[in-house]
Design a protein. Sequence first.
Length: 327
Amino acid sequence: MKKLLIATTALVGTAGVVAADTANFNFNGYGRFGILYEEDRADSDGNLQEETRIESRYRLNIDSSTETDGGIRFAARIRVEANENADNSANAGSFSGARFQVSSGGLRVRVGNISGVTDAAEVVDYFGHEPGLVGQTGQYANSGVSLPAFSSTGAGVNGINVKYEMGDFAFMASYTDDHAVNDGGTIGGDDATDAFGDSYEIGASYTFSAWTFGLVYGEFEASPGDGAKNDWIVATLSGTIGIADVSFLISDFEGDDDAVFGASASIPVGAATNILASVSDGGADGNDTSYGIGFRHSLGGGVRLDGMVGSNEAGNTIADLGVRFDF
């Protein structure tokens, strides 16, 4: 009887593993920790905070997928993430909202907790090469725009994102709805304060030789529920010059006074080390030029050492140093 129980337990356990393999579950993500510095760092109310703090993040993506007999693939993702708080205290891990996906051939549709076209960075190289551990600055830094993005610790925008690829061309569009009206709110009313605003973005890219040109146009509510719209446009060109990977950006947001011009590069200086640099200029009136220079050194096994120093759009010195490991 004892041997029978052991054999039965082993069989049940093995069946569970086979079922999990058949269902196509995948776990991946990264962890990072280090030190972050920002001169005259302040909270959202303008109160000065400690300039140096511990930086940490744990991110786990949980992906599941299946495929129909006709070859249509269905997938979903949720994320578990824990970050430090701005006051240097620890923060518990949280689950994200779900993102659903269906794809076939060159067509892919995502619904739920999605990113907009710009933040997805699939037809425009919006983020470029960000120096440092956490991306305190980049070629986009002076834009000051809050874009629809996948929420790692919240429900997300519950929008739709569609992408179609055909040879060297890629097309993408996204839409998010104003939740205030759906919740019985009124346009511009106080009950719209915490709602997501209407937004749409449409973009395309073309790859030629070693270069990719991307262009996105979008329209966003100035604030949720008020009905006022702001236009957004961004164009990027990314590729290689010699041994360097480079990216260039031009963007314009109706809420800013000036267009933003940015550039970034990643240059190998050895078998395991790259130098990364970025610059961003323009945007809101009074912005200083943002810039940063840093390094990325691979330790092998998906582990790397990152660090940078630079200046943000407020003219304050920024720096970070730490370790990131992918799994």
